[in-house]
Design a protein around this ligand. Structure first.
Ligand code: BDR
Ligand code: CA
Length: 315
């Protein structure tokens, strides 16, 4: 089977680091681009370069937006520590970003692989929204957009908003309204899909890469315990990558997703129309044509087992 071609737009970020290493092992990872989010653009770019260096991955990286397309610049998300990737000492980057902005890199990569490229968004959607505005043909060039973001229910950064969508809601709205087929792994499933203490121990006892990932996930789990009383380190971002490796680990529903931009209490929320409307009901009361496959359930243990084994396989 030919490997899916994928480009990852990210903001490492503990779970972003795992997603990059996972994708590089199983898919044709054509590039990485960075976006503000978990930390400043400078820090997430340095973190992403360190992850590529750690995994000895010869993959181009383009730096992208330093702030949301409309709202003000954000403060770093505290779940990932001061550097955006606290908990271990990653190697110094052995390379620099390419000399091209992420927006152009995304457009050029999609143009070179028309109809084949899956674009994974595992941070805020700023780069991708700008790319869609700058090159409208992107909508037909992309095979699919897979996004870790939003939720069918509770959020993490506010009661109803998930961080990646909340961090640039206008950009997320551009993505969801773009007409590109979308696959959404939201907080409703990703918060329940994570590594437990035993799995983290296994990673720590592994080779160099696995050991660093184990240290990172130990830190991230501790933070999740502090904030949410969670017993796991949620592997949010890898849930957007998994379906291109294993198509049976996540169940989806096809429905309309809208991004709330105005609500005083609900800005950044994804409104997923999961009502079981009949055809007549949809015509009378539907919120719009289905625009996304929305993750409803994961086989969490199998999924995480596979991710842990992949990290261990780096040695
Ligand atoms: C998302 O926010 C970030 O902190 C994580 O890396 C993930 O992409 C989860 O809400
Ligand atoms: Ca992320």
């Amino acid at each position: 089977m030919t490997k899916t071609k994928i480009l990852i737009d990210c903001d490492p970020g503990h779970d972003d680091a795992v997603a990059i290493l996972y994708a590089a092992r199983h898919l044709d990872l054509l590039g990485v681009s960075t976006c503000h989010g978990n930390n400043s653009i400078e820090n997430v770019t340095r973190n992403a370069l360190s992850v590529l260096t750690l995994g000895k991955l010869d993959i181009p990286l383009a730096q992208g937006c330093a702030e949301p397309i409309a709202g003000p610049r954000l403060k770093p998300a505290n779940a990932h520590g001061k550097s955006g990737l606290d908990g271990t000492d990653l190697p110094e980057p052995d390379r620099a970003p390419i000399d091209q902005h992420a927006v152009d890199f995304i457009i050029d990569t999609a143009s070179a692989h028309r109809g084949e490229l899956v674009l994974a968004i595992i941070g805020p959607s700023s780069n991708v929204a700008l790319a869609l505005k700058r090159e409208p043909r992107l909508t037909s060039w992309l095979r699919e957009i897979t996004i870790m973001g939003g939720s069918t229910g509770l959020g993490n950064i506010t009661p109803l908003a998930e961080f990646n969508v909340w961090a640039d809601p206008e950009a997320a709205a551009v993505v969801f309204d773009s007409g590109v087929p979308i696959r959404m792994a939201g907080y409703n499933v990703t918060s329940r899909t994570g590594t437990n203490a035993e799995e983290i121990e296994r990673l720590m006892a592994g080779g160099k890469v696995a050991h660093h990932i184990g240290e990172l996930l130990r830190f991230y789990r501790m933070r999740q315990q502090q904030f949410f009383g969670l017993d796991i380190a949620p592997m949010h971002d890898v849930c957007a990558i998994i379906p291109y490796v294993h198509d049976n680990l996540i169940d989806y529903r096809h429905c309309h997703v809208g991004v709330e931009l105005n609500g005083k209490l609900t800005r950044g929320m994804t409104v997923c129309d999961l009502r079981t409307l009949t055809e007549e009901g949809r015509a009378a009361r539907g919120s719009g044509e289905p625009n996304a496959l929305v993750a409803i359930e994961t086989k969490a243990r199998a999924l995480i087992g596979h991710v842990v084994d992949t990290m261990l396989s780096y040695g």
